[in-house]
Design a protein around this ligand. Structure first.
Ligand code: UDP
Length: 438
């Protein structure tokens, strides 16, 4: 099979064995066409994953096209409520009339009206709320559904609502084993854990000089300590607690600053503006609280700079299916102070490569410890980087993705792929910030 230069770049990071398995899996799918359907062109984890995966798949000879479905505001509100229920934050039901209205909207989606314009060999529906699609459009076969949110403890009613649509799918994909719906037959499920592309603008090495310039451009005083959380402005990301933590740290360390970085790009994030306004009020006129939301200012380079050169990174999510922002920060040698939610527990090993703490005071203590003790910060950060290198770089997801496609086509797996061991050994670690060759 023709080699993919994009894939071959990973050889020295992930080894040749994994690459061989990817080539073997891709060979049987070469020439097929996958149509991806999701709701956001840019912004958020789904868009991020597709941007990384699709060019690689093209090089492996599997055609990829993408259809972005624009949902209107009532549909986005319906989605937000469904997410609250599926992530187990709320309980209750969604009135039948609202369900009917939403279903009618999906049925009339202009982009889906003509089967002949959407011909593909395999259909991949991303975003949990689009689950009815395969039933509504029977020409979409075979179809995979991917659920990117944290469904480890869903409200039973919301789960039943989603499950009524899943018979029409060949494969249901979840982003962690914990989130898989327990009553689905195992041959119908697949876990695809999100991963990052270390060669992307967001993740590749950025010199300290460029990083500092990017931070200064955003109003940060680079001579003073900085606490950062990179995340959409969403209550799921718990931004108010980030400010509370900063305020506690500031009592001990008056020079500290905080940045909440959330470029507002995701069109489905209906509540983001409201939350940002509320945070502005909550922040008052403190010049050391930086709420950064302008996508013209916060490009991937700025995200890279914040993740790489902040003094300490927080991820205070109340629910998190996986948490790519944490993967990205850990890749950049940051021990993240996260919460003990599904996706962060997969990545952060408390006390070894970061901290898992839920309450504000303990989080502030962990942040202070990492700011004061830079040797500890460096040691945990190196382990964080190693964990991501061994488990969460794009080729791992590529193989799982190919296996899911093969499952959808009824092909048997040629490459069993147990999850790589979580290698947190510290031998021959590169110096901090010295991954420039990646
Ligand atoms: N992101 C970004 N700019 C921002 C905030 C977030 O590019 O200002 C990216 C972030 O780097 C990550 C993705 O959006 O790649 C968020 O994915 P995650 O899984 O952390 O959360 P989601 O938004 O999907 O809940």
């Amino acid at each position: 099979m023709k080699r993919s230069p994009r894939l071959d770049r990973y050889e020295r990071l992930v080894g040749s064995d994994l690459l061989s398995r990817i080539y073997r899996a891709a060979e049987s799918l070469a020439g097929s066409h996958v149509l991806h359907i999701n709701t956001t062109a840019r912004g958020g984890g789904v868009a991020e994953l597709l941007q990384a995966l699709n060019p690689l798949m093209e090089e492996l000879g599997i055609e990829q096209t993408r259809k972005v479905i624009q949902l209107d505001e009532p549909s986005n509100l319906f989605t937000a409520r469904l997410a609250d229920l599926l992530q187990g934050i709320e309980q209750g039901d969604i009135p039948a009339e609202e369900q009917r209205v939403f279903l009618d909207k999906l049925r009339l989606t202009p982009a889906m009206r003509h089967a002949e314009e959407n011909q593909a060999d395999i259909y991949f529906v991303h975003d949990f709320q689009l689950a009815p699609f395969a039933q509504l459009f029977p020409w979409m076969r075979p179809t995979l559904w991917m659920c990117h949110i944290d469904t480890a403890n869903p409200d039973p009613y919301a789960k039943a609502y989603i499950e009524q649509f899943l018979d029409a799918y060949s494969v249901c994909v979840f982003n962690s084993q914990q989130s898989v719906f327990k009553d689905l037959p195992s041959e119908k499920t697949q876990v695809i854990m999100p991963t990052i592309d270390p060669f992307s603008e967001k993740n590749r090495f950025l010199t300290p000089a460029k990083g500092m310039r990017a931070l200064a451009k955003c109003g940060i005083d680079v001579a003073r300590p900085l606490i950062t959380q990179v995340s959409r402005f969403s209550n799921w990301k718990n931004p108010h607690q980030v400010i509370d933590v900063y305020r506690l740290v500031k009592q001990q360390l008056p020079s500290v600053q905080v940045a909440l970085v959330g470029a507002m790009e995701a069109a489905d994030d209906v509540k983001a503006l409201e939350i940002l306004k509320d945070l502005q009020e909550y922040a008052g006129n403190d010049p050391d609280i930086h709420l950064l939301s302008d996508p013209a200012v916060i490009t991937h380079t700025e995200v890279n700079a914040f993740q790489r050169y902040s003094s300490v990174m927080l991820q205070r999510s109340i629910r998190e299916g996986f948490g790519l922002t944490v993967t990205e920060a850990m890749w950049k040698y940051q021990p993240v102070v996260g919460t003990s939610v599904t996706g962060l527990r997969l990545q952060i090993i408390d006390g070894r490569n970061g901290y898992l703490v839920d309450d504000t005071e303990t989080c502030a203590q962990a942040a202070l410890r990492l700011i004061y003790d830079r040797d500890l910060w460096r040691k945990l950060g190196k382990r964080a980087h190693t964990l991501i290198k061994n488990n969460y770089l794009l080729p791992v997801m590529t193989l799982e993705y190919l296996e899911a496609l093969k499952k959808a086509l009824g092909m048997s797996a040629t490459t069993s792929h147990p999850q790589a061991p979580l290698d947190i050994a510290l031998s021959s670690q590169p110096a901090l910030h010295a991954e420039s060759s990646t």
